[in-house]
Design a protein around this ligand. Structure first.
Ligand SMILES: [Zn+2]
Length: 87
């Protein structure tokens, strides 16, 4: 039994809100739109530019979203892309 991470610490809520507002504006959404996906168990994948189930992301407890910014498949695709195009 565990509470959602964003309610676990006093003062955490406001910090989370500003982090989520920033994240939402980056992808052209309002805070409310962002949270409706978030509360549905979805996270934004910065690689595929879409909402995906949080289960397919890597857990990153230190981040405000609780997961990596791109999904597991994206990490694989990115590493393949990096091998093809050496920068
Ligand atoms: Zn993805």
């Amino acid at each position: 039994m565990s509470l959602p991470f964003r309610w676990t610490q006093k003062g955490e809520k406001r910090t989370q809100r500003s982090a989520f507002t920033t994240a939402a504006s980056k992808i052209g959404m309002t805070f409310e739109q962002y949270m409706s996906h978030f509360d549905a168990g979805e996270r934004w994948c910065g690689w595929h530019q879409t909402w995906e189930a949080k289960e397919i992301f890597y857990a990153q407890p230190k981040l405000s979203t609780g997961v990596s910014s791109i999904c597991r498949a994206a990490y694989r695709e990115r590493s393949h892309a990096a091998k093809r195009n050496t920068i």
